[in-house]
Design a protein around this ligand. Structure first.
Ligand SMILES: NC(=O)c1ccc[n+]([C@@H]2O[C@H](COP(=O)([O-])OP(=O)(O)OC[C@H]3O[C@@H](n4cnc5c(N)ncnc54)[C@H](O)[C@@H]3O)[C@@H](O)[C@H]2O)c1
Length: 360
């Protein structure tokens, strides 16, 4: 019988409600015993809805970390506090699941990675798109070498008009950037994971503030306030890896295009290709003809359907707790997430200076 983990939630806003707390509630071996938010009623509401009877409420995360019985902490605060809170938690002996991106800056991401090593605590980052059925299937294909050497890829994170207007997403100071660090990060994480290539050589990037100053813009979450929109509205990058493999990364919250889609990857290898443009499609050449296979991820039937209906969020939570219990690497390792943050920062830097950024 598996043990029960006592878990503390730090930051009880959108993603805590949208992913972490419901997913943990679905795990038979998880108990949410403490909730912290700088806005007390948010922590209290979360405790009432998701906590065990008698769950504690805090407004200062340092107080929550003093609770010895808490073994695992989920950090769901804005980007600028990921590093300090996660490091303090690991130093207090807790395993940490932190929201994406790993941190606001690459230096902070490296501090987190190093703290995990130093303390021996587990650290993972909330890249739940890896747990989607199409991603899991594609990862198997890539791991078995079916695409051969992947030498070209695209990381897609494009919205026509879906600028997040709640919280602090538009605030450069709190988030460190806009769509690149918010949704570009998911697409890049997926792409690097599929390629299993974490060695960037050089990065060239551009960032735009072209639509952010529009008044009364059409937007999925209502018009944004141009005065508060201090981050880019679009950013693009070209990443060349040490082995020459090349990734084009495109990210936008607002772009005049009909070609949208986020948290997707397109892979081109010597033996075949794959994309997530219209479901998961594998393409290649066989018997002197080209082929395209659509993977039927939702096929139901006695022979195919495995009977499980687990959401990516639930699977992420289950695998996270399993990694702690069995003392294995989490699916998303700190080393991998740190490289994602380093590449994102290089794109921002290149966009500012107009120069390519070289990695050692
Ligand atoms: N995995 C995903 O797909 C996904 C989706 C959305 C957001 N996120 C990430 O989740 C994080 C939070 O985003 P959100 O949409 O939930 O924002 P949010 O503004 O809705 O929630 C953040 C909460 O953290 C609280 N908070 C801020 N500083 C705090 C501190 N020092 N201690 C305790 N609480 C604090 C705020 O009061 C707020 O309630 C961000 O890093 C974001 O990038 C991830």
């Amino acid at each position: 019988m598996s043990k029960t983990f006592k878990i503390g939630i730090i930051g009880c806003g959108g993603i805590a409600h949208g992913k972490h707390m419901p997913a943990l509630k679905n795990q038979p071996n998880a108990e949410m015993v403490a909730f912290c938010d700088i806005v007390e009623e948010r922590a209290r509401e979360a405790a009432d809805k998701f906590g065990v009877p008698g769950a504690r409420v805090y407004t200062d995360y340092r107080e929550l970390l003093k609770e010895e019985s808490i073994e695992v902490v989920h950090v769901c605060t804005p980007n600028d506090s990921h590093a300090d809170i996660s490091i303090a938690a690991m130093e207090a002996g807790k395993h940490v699941m932190c929201e994406k991106p790993m941190a606001k800056t690459a230096a902070d991401a490296r501090r987190m990675r190093d703290a995990a090593k130093r303390t021996g605590r587990k650290l993972s980052i909330g890249y739940q798109n890896r747990f989607r059925a199409d991603s899991q299937y594609l990862k198997k294909i890539c791991s078995e070498g079916e695409l051969g050497e992947i030498y070209y890829a695209k990381a897609h994170a494009i919205r026509r008009r879906a600028v997040p207007t709640w919280g602090v997403f538009l605030d450069e100071e709190k988030q460190g950037g806009g769509p690149l660090i918010d949704i570009g990060t998911h697409a890049l994480d997926l792409t690097l994971w599929m390629m299993d290539n974490y060695e960037p050589k050089v990065v060239l990037g551009t960032a735009f503030h072209k639509l952010s100053q529009r008044q009364n813009a059409a937007n999925a979450w209502g018009p944004w306030d141009p005065a508060k929109f201090t981050v880019e509205d679009s950013a693009f990058g070209m990443i060349v890896m040490k082995n020459g493999a090349t990734i084009m990364l495109e990210s936008s919250w607002a772009l005049n295009t009909l070609s949208t889609g986020e948290a997707r990857t397109t892979l081109c290898g010597t033996e075949g290709g794959a994309d997530m443009q219209d479901g998961l499609r594998i393409n290649g050449e066989k018997h002197s003809r080209l082929f395209m296979n659509q993977i039927q991820l939702d096929a139901k039937g006695v022979d195919f359907y495995d009977g499980r209906k687990e959401s990516p969020a639930d699977l992420e939570a289950r695998e996270w707790l399993r990694a702690i219990e069995q003392d294995t690497d989490p699916v998303v390792t700190p080393e991998q997430a740190c490289v994602v943050s380093e590449i994102l920062e290089a794109i921002y830097e290149s966009a500012k200076t107009g120069k390519a950024v070289y990695f050692d």
